[in-house]
Ligand binder design. Structure first.
Ligand code: CP
Ligand code: NVA
Length: 312
């Protein structure tokens, strides 16, 4: 399997098979064990990675720095406003130059076509750190967390409430691949990217998963094993509609009343950052059902797995 990944880009979970994603989860679990036991795992000693973030980040950017350090690699943060690309140098020129210096690029940007263009012009792996379409590193960490907390994916029901965007898309692909039902609370006028829905439906046909979009929050919460939250106004253009979105998503807040409608042993997950009093309450995130800190830690182990697997 390692040979299949060597030099491969990691742009979206939907670019991979279930077996390939399962392999990355195994590598992540192994790296996590080594990290926990303080066993040396400097598999990328001598390598250098570039990072470009056009949007803010706490987890994604810093988990990559930390993962690189633990793997013996160095990571260099390139400020977008300091690159010539901000003066109009084409992405294809930037990509080919960075490819000559670095062993890989980790990039957070707006449109998915931007990471695709970098990937097209670079031989070294390009890893998507979030676009409008996908947040595959988050998706991988979410899968690892569900597996750790619930033991298996079989029979799991996820209730998702929050912006139906990158994080939701990646979780939908992961859930449909591994046979988990995902009920997405959908205010009127909102929905997922049709390309993602199409791929998720294909996976669901094979795995038996249900992917359901509904305005009925109670139906999403009923018998849920995982209650998953996300902001209502994602970074970028969705943030511009903040007021409208707060109104539209208002009935879908994850509070203790909502948690009581899920299974008794349901866990609360959230990609973070969350907005207490909007998409969830302080009581929920601080409750014993909340696994968000373990989930956040898993961002580091899963991105380490992607780096190790894709390294040339
Ligand atoms: N979940 C996540 O990607 O967080 P950051 O925006 O802080 O990286
Ligand atoms: N959907 C959110 C996720 C942040 C990690 C956003 O794009 O802002």
């Amino acid at each position: 399997m390692r040979d299949k990944f060597r030099g491969k880009d990691f742009l979206a979970l939907m670019d991979f098979t279930k077996e390939e994603v399962a392999y990355l989860l195994d590598v992540a679990a192994d790296l996590k064990k080594k990290w926990t036991m303080r066993e040396p795992h400097e598999y990328l000693r001598g390598k250098a990675y570039a990072m470009i973030f056009e949007k803010k980040s706490t987890r994604t950017r810093n988990s990559f720095h930390a993962a690189a350090a633990r793997l013996g690699a160095q990571s260099f943060y390139l400020r977008p406003d300091e690159l010539q690309v901000s003066r109009g140098e084409p992405i294809k020129d930037t990509a080919r130059i960075l490819d000559r210096y670095f062993d890989g690029l980790y990039i957070r940007t707006f449109g998915h076509e931007i990471v695709e263009e970098f990937a097209y012009y670079m031989k070294n792996p390009v890893i998507n750190a979030l676009t409008a379409l996908a947040h595959p590193c988050q998706g991988l960490a979410d899968l690892l967390t569900i597996k750790e907390k619930k033991g298996d994916f079989k029979g799991i029901k996820i209730c998702y409430a929050g912006d139906i965007y990158n994080v939701c898309h990646s979780l939908m692909i992961g859930a449909s691949m591994f046979g988990m039902d995902m009920y997405i609370a959908t205010p009127k006028g909102y929905g997922a990217d049709p390309k993602v829905v199409e791929v998720a439906k294909k996976h669901a046909e094979l795995s038996g998963a249900k992917i359901v979009f509904t305005e009925d929050f109670d139906a999403c919460l009923k018998d849920a094993d995982v209650v998953y939250g996300n902001t209502w106004h994602s970074m970028g253009e969705n943030e511009l509609q903040k007021e409208q979105r707060i109104k539209d998503f208002g009935p879908y807040q994850i509070n203790m009343d909502a948690m009581r409608k899920a299974k008794k042993d349901a866990i609360f997950m959230h990609c973070l950052p969350g907005f207490r009093g909007e998409d969830m309450t302080d009581e929920v995130i601080e409750s014993t059902q909340s696994v968000v800190w373990d989930q956040g830690e898993n961002r580091m182990h899963t991105v380490a797995a992607v780096m190790v697997a894709t390294a040339i």
